[in-house]
Design a protein around this ligand. Structure first.
Ligand code: 13P
Ligand code: SF4
Length: 313
């Protein structure tokens, strides 16, 4: 929890409003620590989608990025879904525009379309099944082996899943600006200086980095790995927000954030970090900005999203 008087005051105001409005706050691991601490549920994309679907709260404050809040609305349309900053998008989602994707699909009509949850509702509506980084291998393994597969939008996750499942997959060439920023050379330097450290990585990282990693998984899987592993030191190749929960839940472990290429904070997701505690308070108070999805798109997007939830039980 925050220590500044202003922060404590905001925590109190947010808690009061939350009780008054019977709201629920869902936060992704890449949110700033104070937002994670005030949230009712902190999780990876799959866990947050499940929490959004089962909540009975009339108001969902989604502290994450747009495709996540949109997913909550698709799964639980009778709830009002708001997010702290509507500009919190995702470079991966933006790398797959609906019209271009429709043309790509039309060229491969026999392919089973698997899309990573980091995409817009309009892309989900054109998909056969959705996956997240925590269930992608399981989902692809459910597809009959005689069906060719088209995977979008993340080429890195796609290549990783193709390798794990032995399936050939046609990949949309999208990528995440944060996960493609890590410097392999600097990571090798770190490993030489810390030979006891284990490299763990999110599957949105590039294949060469993933091939060096001892463990690859979603944000939740990385967190659980750090908690459960007998190892003491980890080089963590994903957005730095996850370190907050790792420090809380595995206090004795040494965590080294994987260094980006430049001397910048490029291992912070600029979209996730648009959300602040002040904006969480403001959106809870004003119940805006609200997420809306046209009903025809929502109905089409729900089919592959629900299929993912059924297939990953
Ligand atoms: P997770 O589902 O692993 O939390 O990933 C979400 C994401 O946006 C990674 O960049
Ligand atoms: Fe999108 Fe990358 Fe940010 Fe995740 S870290 S929300 S994939 S831009």
């Amino acid at each position: 929890m925050g220590t500044l008087a202003g922060t404590d005051d905001l925590f109190e105001k947010i808690s009061q409003l939350k009780r008054q409005k019977q709201a629920v706050i869902l936060a992704h691991y890449y949110q700033e620590p104070d937002i994670q601490d005030i949230a009712d549920h902190v999780g990876d994309s799959l866990e947050l989608a499940r929490a959004a679907q089962r909540t009975e709260a009339p108001l969902i404050v989604f502290a994450g990025v747009h495709f996540m809040a949109e997913g909550a609305k698709i799964l639980n349309p009778s709830r009002k879904v708001v997010m702290p900053d509507l500009r919190a998008g995702c470079s991966l989602s933006d790398s797959c525009p609906p019209d271009a994707f429709a043309r790509f699909r039309a060229k491969h009509p026999d392919h089973f379309v698997v899309t990573y949850i980091n995409c817009s509702a309009a892309i989900k509506a054109q998909s056969d099944v959705i996956c997240t980084s925590s269930n992608a291998v399981k989902i692809v393994n459910r597809i009959p082996r005689d069906r060719p597969i088209l995977f979008a939008p993340d080429r890195n996750l796609g290549a990783y899943v193709a390798k794990q499942t032995g399936r050939e997959m046609l990949l949309w060439q999208g990528a995440c600006i944060v996960h493609e920023t890590f410097s392999e050379r600097k990571i090798i330097d770190l490993q030489i200086r810390n030979p006891e450290a284990e490299l763990i990585a999110h599957p949105e990282c590039e294949p060469t980095l993933l091939s060096r990693a001892a463990f690859v998984g979603s944000t939740s899987a990385l967190l659980n790995h750090v908690i459960e592993s007998p190892k003491q030191t980890f080089i963590v190749a994903t957005e730095e927000g996850i370190l907050h929960q790792m420090r809380k839940k595995a206090p004795g472990k040494n965590l080294i954030p994987a260094p980006p290429n430049q001397n910048c904070s490029c291992n912070e997701c600029p979209f996730m970090k648009l959300n602040t505690l002040e904006k969480v308070y403001a959106c809870l108070k004003t119940e805006a900005p609200e997420i809306t999805v046209p009903e025809d798109v929502r109905e089409k997007a729900l089919v592959p999203l629900q299929r993912m939830l059924d297939w990953s039980k």
